[in-house]
Design a protein around this ligand. Structure first.
Ligand code: ATP
Length: 242
């Protein structure tokens, strides 16, 4: 369980309180600038809150060492720039502790799962945006951390890999907890167990996906109207309201 108690940052979010259950796929949604990245950076311990407390299980994040945080969580950033000349293999291996037995076998196994085997020797900097995202997700998933925090991990993926990645993340539950920022209404509705819906730095709604992503909340958060089939877990025909 992740718990936020009256958490505010110097920008982006104020007075956020919520509980994030273990073993679920949680979507953080909201309009551009609503505070999704800020919330993820706060939970990752990258951005310390100005006020309030964040708990990972029964540990206060503010009391945890960098090593403890690294053991507990993997973080997928929205924009990762790598300034060194590292190969795809090197980046994925960064997710493993050093030294690791069978490093090569582990990297090659996860690369096969993420359809990256043919890119292993290639310099990371030469990859396309979607390939980079898949490599970074492979790095996060090879890490044996119970919590995966991902900032728009499917934003640059093509339609095949968007679905594949959501299936892959879903399959990590309930052994792991995944909290991801996501703009794809249809995929969030289909795959996420719960949603934290943000509006201008506050929580507009929080809880089971189908309860949160209702017509009223979507109109308020995004100014869109949608058609949905609750039984099939489908959102479609998304339109602007004005
Ligand atoms: N380093 C910063 N300094 C000052 N303000 C910032 C900083 N980073 C973000 N903000 C502001 O905080 C607010 C929330 O930003 P955040 O990146 O969390 O939004 P987001 O919901 O992730 O948006 P998007 O969907 O566009 O990625 C925005 O108004 C943004 O301008």
């Amino acid at each position: 369980m992740i718990k936020l108690e009256n958490v505010s940052f110097s920008f982006g979010l104020s007075n956020i309180s919520c509980r994030i259950p273990q073993g679920k796929l949680i979507g953080i949604m909201g309009a551009n600038g609503a505070g999704k990245s800020t919330l993820l950076k706060g939970i990752a311990g990258i951005l310390p809150p100005a006020n309030g407390e964040i708990w990972l299980g029964n540990c206060k994040l503010s009391d945890m060492t960098a090593k403890q945080k690294s053991e507990r969580l993997a973080y997928f950033a929205q924009n990762t720039r790598i300034h060194w000349d590292l190969s795809v293999y090197d980046i994925i291996a960064l997710g493993l502790p050093t030294p690791t037995k069978d490093e090569s076998a582990k990297v090659r196994a996860i690369s096969a799962q993420f359809f990256l085997s043919h890119l292993l020797e290639k310099p990371f900097r030469q990859l396309s945006g979607g390939e980079k995202a898949r490599v970074q997700l492979a790095r996060c998933c090879i890490k044996q951390a119970p919590l995966l925090l991902a900032d728009e991990p499917i934003a640059s993926l093509d339609p095949y890999y968007q679905i594949d990645m959501m299936e892959r993340l879903k399959s990590l539950m309930p052994q792991k907890t995944c909290v991801m920022a996501i703009h794809h209404l249809d995929l969030a509705y289909r795959f996420c167990d719960e949603i934290i819906l943000l509006e201008k730095g506050k929580i507009l709604a929080n809880g089971a996906t189908q309860a949160v992503l209702n017509a009223e909340n979507l109109a308020r958060a995004f100014g869109v109207k949608v058609k949905m089939d609750q039984a099939k877990r489908e959102i479609f025909a998304i339109e602007k309201m004005t």
